[in-house]
Design a protein around this ligand. Structure first.
Ligand SMILES: Cc1cc2nc3c(=O)[nH]c(=O)nc-3n(C[C@H](O)[C@H](O)[C@H](O)COP(=O)(O)OP(=O)(O)OC[C@H]3O[C@@H](n4cnc5c(N)ncnc54)[C@H](O)[C@@H]3O)c2cc1C
Length: 654
């Protein structure tokens, strides 16, 4: 059962916590799902998937060999795909693949560890958005019926962040009307693509296109790697897996070396750029035609970071509501660790971060749909930059937040059985993949500096950088407007200062890149603040514009006030230096923390319940809905395969 023991045998400590809540949890869940219908549909999908004994319990995978792990998670992933494709579930795209942004994707059986994650999240969207209709008609049926399982191969051993330097070549041969794909050096070996190690039989490969002796830069090619029936390597393909890594145990990341592999001309993804039969290159109409796909994929990272952080918070808060440690008075009863102010200040801001980023993500989805419907170059560029800044900030805060949750659970948080180490490993990886966070921030900074120039020239600037016009704080009216102003003015002034320094350096440096280098730390910091401004503004607007009951609105207001203060503390240096706020002002703001923690304390268990993660999705012995931490932990120990052996063989040999 998904929520075993949900209605009975709940630990009385948690029952009491839930009774203290001042708002209706289901209203909060509806905000995430966006309608009660979706909540119902999601629950249907959960029941459909998790009440199935053919889906193995994750603990049965602990400690198995990498081959066995891959075999089991692949079998499960295929089973789930097949099961989904046989019924008409809501929120699907063709082929039974759950739509990336459907509100219940987070509940689908351990997707981030599936060898076909890259297929679903990268390969399929790329094929769908970068192919011509004719190409899609060829490939999509094979993808739909599970014949083609794909990887997305961009990164090489020698280059990841600086993709312009990728070395893999795709050279057009007019005589045979084929491209020849080749990895000319060891550093050109594709390295990291998911599903490549053992699973994929096709990959979208990013390679430098050569035709008529001229290089036209990076383009995408659909390349078969393994036989569709026997799974044998295609001639010229050397392929394998990367070995043990921190997380993504089942994701099957691999390497690939291509030696003069020939593919038909029409295997170049030609929706935008094309190579004609005679080798003539036709450039894309829009230079940034693949931005839409990149934005879409990065938004997936943002939503995952917030929901995975939400999972870590759910586990840590429930555990902290049960766990007792230490006494405050001689002979007094042991204290719930959730009642320690330090524990609250570790965890409550993480709950706030998870909700704030998720609600901001929902706003971004609307902006994205609008942008894609009206394809205006500047808007697409702004959306692209926003997705870079938000991706970097969300994955960074998700990773640091999950680590805080891990430490908040003491020793048990370090065990895989708590699930938090795996959550940490998953979010940490997202700081690197889909664009290393530093690179994302530096890209964002370029846009910020360009916006300053545009503003100075009297040109219109994007909606996400309007705060640049606000060098002075106009004064508070409510707590949240005060914080929005504080972030606006601090960020605007910091960007203007960095721009000034950059301009001076540009005049004195031998080249532009060196001037940017001299300011890179501050430029990256501006990007982080730019994303935080967007989130603080978004949650403020969310509270103003969403129809909420008074009771929920009051709790969310306090939650986001706490978040703003937490971020103000984090940016105190910039706020004093660039925002020109006084230390006294910061002191006054900090003094509000204890009151906020007290107001949130009775609601915090219900706040994490609001995410509505079912036990089967949390996969945690210490974080389940019923709060039976110690009983479940003892069961887990008793059922560990190694503990079932009466005598450990190795001990007899010693
Ligand atoms: C779990 C996981 C899954 C992945 N899946 C895929 C996949 O499916 N397909 C795929 O193609 N790739 C995949 N990747 C690869 C990933 O996209 C790259 O690792 C990433 O782009 C970083 O490139 P790199 O590893 O070469 O690091 P590098 O680019 O070498 O970066 C190393 C360090 O140098 C810094 N640095 C680099 N350049 C600069 C600069 N100009 N200025 C300042 N600092 C700089 C970076 O910030 C970083 O700290 C995956 C990676 C991981 C971890």
């Amino acid at each position: 059962m998904a929520d075993e023991g949900k209605d009975n045998s709940v630990n009385p400590e948690l029952l009491a916590e839930r009774k203290k809540a001042t708002f209706d949890v289901s209203e909060l869940t509806t905000l995430i799902d966006q309608s009660t219908d979706v909540t119902e549909e999601r629950k249907e999908v959960e029941k459909f998937l998790y009440d199935d004994p053919n889906i193995p319990h994750p603990f049965s995978l602990l400690g198995v060999s990498s081959e066995e792990y891959h075999k089991k998670v692949l079998a499960t992933a295929k089973y789930v795909e097949k099961k989904i494709s046989n019924v008409d579930l809501p929120g699907q795209i063709p082929g039974g693949t759950p739509y990336l942004y459907s509100s219940y994707i987070r509940y689908i059986a351990a997707p981030s560890e599936s060898p076909i994650l890259t297929h679903t999240a990268l390969f399929v969207p790329t094929v769908l958005t970068q192919s011509t209709e004719e190409q899609a008609a060829n490939w999509i049926p094979l993808i739909d019926n599970g014949k083609i399982i794909g990887s997305y191969a961009q990164t090489e051993l020698g280059h990841g962040s600086d993709i312009k330097q990728l070395e893999t070549t795709a050279t057009y041969d007019e005589n045979t009307e084929e491209f020849i794909l080749h990895s000319p050096t060891i550093t050109s070996i594709k390295c990291w693509p998911g599903a490549l190690g053992r699973t994929a039989n096709f990959a979208v490969i990013m390679a430098q296109l050569y035709t008529k002796g001229k290089c036209y830069g990076l383009h995408m090619f659909m390349v078969q790697l393994r036989d569709l029936e026997s799974h044998a390597h295609v001639s010229g393909v050397k392929i394998g897996e990367l070995g043990p890594k921190m997380g993504f145990l089942g994701a099957d990341n691999g390497f690939l070396r291509l030696t003069n592999v020939r593919i038909p001309r029409l295997n170049m993804l030609m929706k935008h750029a094309q190579v004609l039969k005679d080798g003539t290159y036709v450039k894309p109409q829009h230079e940034r035609s693949s931005y839409g796909t990149m934005v879409y994929i990065r938004m997936g990272v943002i939503s995952n970071a917030s929901l995975e952080l939400g999972q870590a918070c759910t586990i840590a808060i429930r555990y902290s509501a049960i766990r007792r440690q230490g006494v405050l008075t001689d002979g007094g009863s042991e204290v719930k660790i959730l009642d320690y102010q330090t524990q609250q200040y570790k965890l409550f801001p993480q709950v706030a971060t998870a909700y704030a980023i998720y609600f901001t993500f929902q706003k971004m989805v609307k902006m994205y749909i609008e942008t894609m419907n009206n394809l205006i170059a500047e808007k697409l560029n702004e959306m692209h930059v926003l997705s870079c800044a938000m991706k970097a900030m969300s994955s960074h805060l998700g990773a640091t937040g999950a680590e805080i949750c891990r430490q908040a659970c003491g020793g048990l948080g370090y065990l895989h059985a708590s699930r938090i180490p795996m959550i940490c490993a998953l979010i940490q990886a997202s700081c690197t993949y889909e664009g290393d966070n530093t690179i994302m921030k530096l890209q964002t900074a370029k846009y910020l500096i360009k916006s300053v120039k545009m503003m100075e020239n009297g040109e219109n600037i994007g909606v996400t950088v309007q705060y640049l016009k606000k060098k002075k704080d106009k004064g508070p009216s409510t707590c949240m407007t005060e914080f929005v102003n504080m972030f606006d003015t601090t960020t605007a002034n910091m960007i203007l200062e960095v721009d000034k320094k950059l301009n001076n350096d540009l005049k004195s440096s031998e080249n532009e890149a060196i001037a940017w280098q001299n300011n890179a730390v501050n430029l990256a910091r501006c990007s982080h603040l730019h994303a935080q401004v967007f989130v603080i503004r978004s949650v403020h607007e969310f509270l103003l514009n969403t129809k909420l009951s008074v009771s929920l609105c009051q709790v969310l207001e306090k939650l986001f006030e706490l978040l703003a203060i937490y971020w103000i503390q984090d940016n105190a240096g910039e706020i004093l230096l660039y925002g020109k706020y006084s230390p006294k002002k910061l002191q006054e703001i900090n003094s509000r923390i204890p009151d906020l923690l007290n107001v949130l304390r009775p609601n915090i268990v219900s706040l994490v319940d609001g995410f509505d993660f079912c036990d089967a999705s949390l996969q945690s012995v210490i974080g389940s809905y019923d709060g039976r931490v110690y009983e479940r932990f003892y069961d887990y120990l008793s059922n560990l395969p190694s503990n079932k052996l009466e005598v450990i063989i190795i001990c007899i040999c010693l």
